[in-house]
Write a protein that binds this ligand. Structure first.
Ligand code: ZN
Length: 247
């Protein structure tokens, strides 16, 4: 039977161990939307600002890790960031993709397939296919047509709403998988709207990871179906970007 003093030391050691376990890695998962050579906006970042941000990350020894690696939380270098781009705007192909190829950077695109090869602002299936084949771009789901689930819940009966949610989640996954020959296991919640019912529906539809639209840095202990992300808006100064990324 250890003495009281020894027991206090052992208890102290356990506290230390618990403390070090709590200092788990954390990684900012950045969200972009659109890129433009000249104009910035709330969801549009100029290509020069984006390149300055990449230069800043490189100068500060950040690794840009694929989201697929991040969610496994194995051998994630520190410091690191992951880059995601929502909505499938055509500038992802015309502005972002050349930079990805030049710098060999991996990103994940969250796509709502109803817009692809359909809406005038959106990417085409051929563009997505080319980017996927480059090995630099992972395509995942942003539901089928990017609904506001909060509004849909208000205007539908419970049964109709539930069927609508299931359709948005399942159809997006199956269309992306069929058209691009990929495996879709990730979902970015449109407008960052999610709750326990939506998370349960995502699990039923076969998603393993979901991404929020706020909440700071991702950590191994984050809710796997609501992993935080950090939106990067246009017009953000480089020092603003540094503050966003820093812990
Ligand atoms: Zn979106």
């Amino acid at each position: 039977m250890p003495s009281l003093g020894l027991r206090a030391v052992i208890a102290g050691l356990f506290c230390l161990l618990a403390g070090s376990a709590m200092a788990e890695p954390s990684v900012p998962v950045l969200v972009y939307h659109r890129f433009d050579p000249a104009k910035s906006g709330l969801t549009t970042v100029t290509t020069s600002a984006f390149e300055q941000q990449l230069d800043w990350l490189a100068a500060h020894h950040y690794s840009i890790v694929p989201l697929q690696s991040l969610v496994q939380w194995k051998n994630i270098p520190q410091p690191a960031v992951a880059i995601t781009v929502d909505d499938g705007h055509e500038s992802v192909f015309t502005q972002l993709y050349p930079i990805l190829r030049q710098r060999h950077i991996h990103v994940t695109l969250f796509i709502y397939p109803s817009a692809i090869s359909n809406a005038s602002y959106a990417l085409t299936w051929a563009q997505l296919d080319e980017m996927v084949k480059s090995g630099l771009v992972d395509v995942q789901s942003h539901t089928y047509w990017h609904p506001d689930f909060r509004q849909e819940r208000k205007k539908r009966t419970p049964a109709d709403y539930s069927a609508f949610v299931d359709m948005q989640l399942a159809r997006s996954k199956s269309v992306l998988e069929q058209k691009l020959g990929i495996s879709v296991t990730m979902l970015a919640w449109p407008y960052g709207i999610y709750d326990q019912d939506l998370e349960a529906a995502a699990r039923r539809a076969g998603y393993q990871w979901g991404f929020a639209f706020a909440g700071g840095q991702a950590q191994p202990g984050s809710d796997p179906l609501a992993i935080p992300r950090i939106p990067v808006s246009g017009g953000l100064s480089l020092s603003g970007f540094a503050a966003l990324v820093a812990k």
